[in-house]
Design a protein around this ligand. Structure first.
Ligand SMILES: [Zn+2]
Length: 444
């Protein structure tokens, strides 16, 4: 596709906030929902050079340029990040051959930068992966960073403040620094339009999961890294190294993100998610009186604890904790054995949107279930888990999903209907968001 996306020169709106205007040519305007990118940090960034301040906005839109093949016009950029963009584009082209990835980058001002300091940053949500990375790198005193606007939407102030409080207590107990970033980066792009157009070429994954999240999250840390004097940023691996499948945060992409003289480390992919619980979290936390809340739930209203205890990710984590001989209730999960059986029944009825990634995660857990008794409690669930065939699950959803995508791409009528469906979904989401806000205002 011809056309361009332009990232203008960053402006400081105060000592801790940056704003960047983003324009697109008419044929690309549908992918942008907001033409102003904003990020606010918990420390001063006024001395950070513009070529680094621009990185968060550039990192957020660069994947759109790769996916469409359009030109990326930059007012200013760090020289190392500019080289990284080219390598990332080439890797994304390998992962997703159907994307054009012919993007030409035109930069008016390119600056070499150096960061003073030897610090380490760690992207930290408080979940299993990032907590395990903290434990493994505890001796290096990594500075943790939580991002409001990533998995917790900006509008959900209540959940953010609860998650922040839990992580603050955890960071204080561990004696490490916790930073926060607040950004509208996910609201700049129109995820609905990008998903509708590219999820097929991203092999069924969403825009966020398939291409955006790691580079966008890492890019957001650029101003903070320069202000804090970091030489390395750790991003916890989602998958163990033996799992080779394209997604938005593989080691090949994460480790190519860099700016100034800072490098990014894709951390701990030598362990699976279960192994992180069993080999890292259990030995470290079981002896301590205070256990961390492992916030894994992605629901906007996860209930009184930070995990609902019922969704697929919560159940998967609860099962892993039980399998490792840990009490889920001590780590922030509401737990009743009946939840596991309800999950199993719903799973077998095809009620969950399982992807290949989910299957691999469950198969990893399954490998660690004893082949014979004694099984952990509840015995009947683990007996079933030991024998279950998860390869039968994804086809229920994936076949349906793929058929729908293929039909949509062939027929203009279905394309129109699909657009209407997307619009309807967006309206429902909007109404839900308003209802959610109103609910937050009700005095409690
Ligand atoms: Zn949940």
């Amino acid at each position: 596709m011809s056309g361009w996306i332009a990232v203008h020169r960053p402006e400081l709106t105060d000592l801790t906030s940056v704003r960047v205007r983003i324009d697109a040519s008419p044929e690309l305007a549908r992918y942008l929902r907001n033409s102003v990118f904003e990020a606010t940090y918990d420390r001063q960034i006024a001395d950070v050079p513009p070529s680094i301040l621009a990185i968060p906005a550039i990192a957020n839109v660069a994947p759109v340029c790769w996916a469409t093949g359009c030109e990326l016009r930059l007012a200013c950029v760090d020289a190392t990040f500019l080289r990284a963009l080219d390598e990332l584009r080439a890797k994304v082209a390998e992962f997703y051959p159907a994307l054009p990835c012919t993007t030409r980058v035109v930069a008016e001002e390119v600056r070499e930068n150096r960061i003073r300091g030897q610090g380490v940053g760690l992207l930290f949500s408080g979940g299993v992966d990032s907590t395990a990375s903290l434990v493994r790198h505890r001796a290096e005193n990594p500075e943790l960073v939580m991002i409001h606007g990533a998995d917790i939407p900006l509008r959900n102030e209540r959940l953010w403040s609860r998650a922040l409080e839990a992580n603050r207590q955890f960071a204080a107990a561990e004696g490490v620094v916790l930073h926060t970033v607040r950004s509208n980066f996910r609201e700049v792009l129109d995820a609905g339009a990008l998903n509708a157009e590219f999820s097929k070429v991203l092999l069924g994954r969403s825009w966020w999961a398939g291409i955006q999240h790691a580079i966008a999250l890492l890019g957001l840390l650029a101003p903070l890294s320069a202000a804090s004097g970091w030489k390395r940023i750790l991003i916890a691996a989602t998958y163990a190294q033996h799992i080779r499948r394209p997604h938005g945060s593989p080691p090949e992409l994460d480790s190519r993100v860099r700016w100034a003289d800072l490098v990014v480390v894709h951390d701990s992919n030598d362990l699976s998610r279960y192994e992180k619980i069993q080999k890292v979290l259990k030995p470290y936390f079981e002896a301590k009186p205070g256990k961390p809340t492992l916030r894994v739930c992605l629901l906007e209203d996860p209930g009184p604890l930070l995990n609902c205890g019922r969704c697929e990710k919560c159940v998967r984590t609860v099962v892993a904790l039980l399998l490792a001989g840990m009490d889920p209730r001590a780590y922030g999960f509401p737990y009743h054995p009946g939840t596991l059986f309800r999950f199993r029944d719903r799973l077998l009825r095809g009620k969950y949107k399982f992807t290949v990634g989910h299957v691999l995660m469950w198969q990893d857990l399954q490998q660690h279930v004893p082949k014979g008794p004694p099984w952990p409690e509840p015995v009947a669930f683990f007996h079933w888990l030991a024998e279950a065939d998860f390869t039968q699950i994804p086809y229920i959803w994936q076949r349906r999903h793929r058929t729908e995508q293929e039909a949509v791409s062939r027929s203009p009528v279905l394309r129109g209907l699909f657009t209407l469906k997307t619009l309807a979904r967006r309206m429902v989401r909007g109404v839900r968001a308003i209802a959610f806000r109103l609910n937050q205002w009700v005095p409690r």
